[in-house]
Design a protein around this ligand. Sequence first.
Ligand SMILES: O=C(O)C1=C[C@@H](OP(=O)(O)O)[C@@H](O)[C@H](O)C1
Ligand SMILES: C=C(OP(=O)(O)O)C(=O)O
Length: 427
Amino acid sequence: MDLWTAPLAGGPLDALVDVPGSKSLTNRYLVLAALAEAPGRLRGALRSRDTLLMAAALTSLGARIDDDGGDWVVTPGPVAGGADVDCGLAGTVMRFLPAVAALADGPVRFDGDDAARTRPMGPVVAALRTLGVRVDEHGRVGHLPFTVHGRGSVGGGQVDVDASESSQFVSGLLLAAARFERGLTLRHTGRTLPSLPHIEMTVALLREAGVVVDDSRPAIWQVSPGPITGRDVRVEPDLSNAAPFLCAALVAGGTVRVPGWPTSTTQPGGLLPGILERMGGSTRLDGDVLSATGTGRIHGVDLDLHAAGEVAPTIAALATLADSPTRLRGIAHLRGHETDRLAALAAEITRLGGQAEQTADGLVITPRPLSAGTWHTYEDHRMATAGALIGLRVPGVEVEDVATTAKTLPGFVGLWDGMLAGSAVPV
Ligand SMILES: O=C(O)C1=C[C@@H](OP(=O)(O)O)[C@@H](O)[C@H](O)C1
Ligand SMILES: C=C(OP(=O)(O)O)C(=O)O
């Protein structure tokens, strides 16, 4: 397996980092555009493994997606059966497309990477069956691979879903629900609900596309049947992918700026400025440029990250370099992400000489002097960027398979090197 020696920061940073488009927004816009009544255009769409898999899957399901000077132009078509959907390791593909496939005029088979076959899918399968859709499972119950037998239409109605393992179970059903004959009323029945901002993102994008959504009751979403408008949209930068760069300013000192930062957003990365301030950084928004400034001194925090689990690996890496312990809570669902992220973080931090223990719903990280070693990444893009962050301060951190960052950020190494090269340039 390839090892990449994470570069050390030579001194305080002074860099502007242009972060590509959001995975979550790109893949939602793609699904909605493919189900719309007229063509749509995505500007600033992310091109990464997860979004290319989504585009390929929607194409095989009958949409046409053309590149027009860097924009994606999506021409919807009738949802076609007979497709084989490769989900890779993308939660958005495996959780968003089964409800789309239910609208197809024939069977659609879903599978993905070996690691994808361990990610929870049971609530998606159960919900489709409740809605009268036949799903044949081919492996372990509640997991990929399976076949959705579309019959050209879905009646819709009411469904209960336990989304405590992933908000994507809710988002996936809501995204297709306006195309169900009676729409959908979805009630979440589990005790916890992770990543609420991602569900709010789904609701916001549906409404922007003209769909009526009632979310006035807690943990119940009602989508009325109706057309989805084909639109011309611009994708915000991926704020979760901005996280390691902004955190770099706290590790190395200096300032990192990210342009295109939205004034309001449903991305969970919108919570980052507040988190970085609690950990010893300062942030400011000048126009659309978010700056994070650090001194190299980082403080431990007690943080509930259930709304923004996506940034937990990055925050955990930062916490290893702090001046006091950190407790991360509310993130039991990270055990079903690209890998069991709680186990992976605890193992890799410990391997470098640090101290990290798993709790029932998170991690406790006690800073210790860290030393050189291999940082395993478990095919997880955010494990790779977490290793890079620690390597800014700890010499000899060898990040395994840094190419796994291509899941959401193919240019990661170039951007990271550019950030460090820009560190001497006065702005
Ligand atoms: O809907 C989305 O785009 C996402 C929802 C979240 O999933 P979970 O609720 O499974 O954490 C998040 O972690 C993932 O990266 C993207
Ligand atoms: C959990 C993540 O991805 P996915 O969309 O595959 O669930 C992530 O990007 O942190």
